[in-house]
Design a protein around this ligand. Structure first.
Ligand SMILES: *Cc1c(COP(=O)(O)O)cnc(C)c1O
Length: 372
């Protein structure tokens, strides 16, 4: 069997896969409400909010991009997209497709956006109703420190909402929606949640919801408020992917009890141990790369993602390296788009363990030795 170390879809444990084979239930039956109630208490840990502060979370049946589109349906017409990678560009393209007045602020790939530059762009091109960012850019392995950016926005452009793609951040690192003041955060099931693809999850601040309520939202299926209301009322607007909900409920429960982390006495501890494991896997991967004279693609160490390491290939033949690993039972990813052949990516997110990473890295060392 091949083990996935690509940055999504990720390896899914058998127990979680099996949960999808449970008998079908009616989505208007009490069993569905019970299933949503098993999921609900864990979502504040996933996104970092206290429901008492007015933020709400939702689950949608669709891939993460569906909620990128939904998020944009709930904001005004003027959008600034910070574009430093392939997924950031997707935000921009969706906003354009929806007919928003969209400005792209290009950031050099491998760099996180600079807060001063974002503010200067707002001054020059703004005002903006929303800024779109990718918290963890899967194409470059760059994690953007959202705290300083969010704080600067609140202070200098308080009417601008911060929409954050947290697809490869959530469940791997804290999102901290409340503490940072993020207005809309979203993720997908097939990344650090270590589930099969097909579900998207989000959380929205009270002020995002308030503004969205006052807008004409030009989508029925992708109306962000409909998604949030469905979760609150234990009644999804349309037939949900019930089998995936079963897998999600079990996975969230197992994260909160710290199943893979040697146990946890509180849900918060379960989640924080999961976050700590991701940092360990990142640090070990970067240290391994250094042993082979390979450097991370992100320009600064503080931008090295905890969930996906993008490593500059130097003189390594990436295609041959990945093929060698594939024959040893491990899948990693080539670089994305223009970075193909120039970088490779290891997705050390989800339920991967320290021991599992050692197996991968040993095989990777062998694959490198075969080329040198
Ligand atoms: C995978 C990914 C997406 C897209 O997710 P889909 O589930 O394919 O829609 C968006 N943003 C980032 C950062 C991703 O890694």
């Amino acid at each position: 069997m091949t083990i996935l170390w690509i940055p999504g879809p990720v390896q899914v444990r058998d127990e979680i896969l099996d949960a999808q084979a449970l008998p079908m239930i009616g989505h208007r039956a009490p069993e569905m409400a019970e299933l949503i109630e098993r999921i609900d208490p864990h979502l504040p840990h996933l996104f970092g909010f206290d429901p008492a502060n007015g933020a709400r979370a939702g689950v949608a049946s669709g891939s993460a991009s569906s909620l990128m589109e939904a998020a944009l349906h709930g904001c005004g017409q003027r959008v600034l997209s910070v574009v430093g990678g392939a997924f950031a560009k997707r935000w921009y393209e969706i906003a354009r497709t929806l007919g928003k007045h969209t400005h792209a602020l290009e950031v050099v790939w491998g760099h996180a956006p600079d807060t001063e530059t974002v503010l200067a762009t707002i001054d020059r091109e703004g005002p903006f109703d929303a800024v779109t960012v990718v918290a963890n850019e899967t194409s470059t392995g760059v994690v953007t420190p959202l705290g300083p950016l969010a704080a600067a926005l609140r202070e200098n452009s308080p009417e601008t909402h911060l929409l954050a793609d947290c697809v490869t951040l959530a469940a791997g690192q804290p999102v901290d929606l409340d503490a940072l003041g993020i207005d809309f955060a979203l993720t997908g099931s097939q990344k650090a949640l270590a589930l099969p693809p097909g579900l998207a999850l989000c959380a929205a601040s009270a002020r995002y919801q308030e503004r969205a309520r006052g807008l004409e939202r030009r989508s029925w299926y992708l109306d962000p408020l409909r998604v949030l209301d469905g979760q609150e009322q234990r009644k999804t607007p349309t037939t949900p992917a019930i089998s995936l909900y079963q897998a999600l409920a079990l996975q969230l429960e197992q994260i909160s009890v710290g199943l893979l982390e040697g146990g946890a006495s509180t849900p918060a501890e379960g989640w924080s141990k999961r976050f700590a494991r991701h940092l360990r896997l990142r640090d070990r991967t970067i240290a391994w790369a250094a042993e082979h004279d390979l450097c991370p693609f992100p320009a600064r160490a503080e931008w090295n993602s905890a969930t996906v390491s993008c490593i500059a290939a130097s003189n390594l033949d990436v295609a041959a390296f990945a093929k060698h690993l594939d024959e040893s039972g491990f899948k990693i990813s080539n670089g994305y788009g223009d970075l193909k052949g120039k970088t490779f990516r290891i997705g050390h997110m989800g339920d991967h363990t320290d021991a599992g990473l050692e197996d991968l890295l040993a095989a990777a060392s062998t694959a490198i030795a075969a080329q040198r």
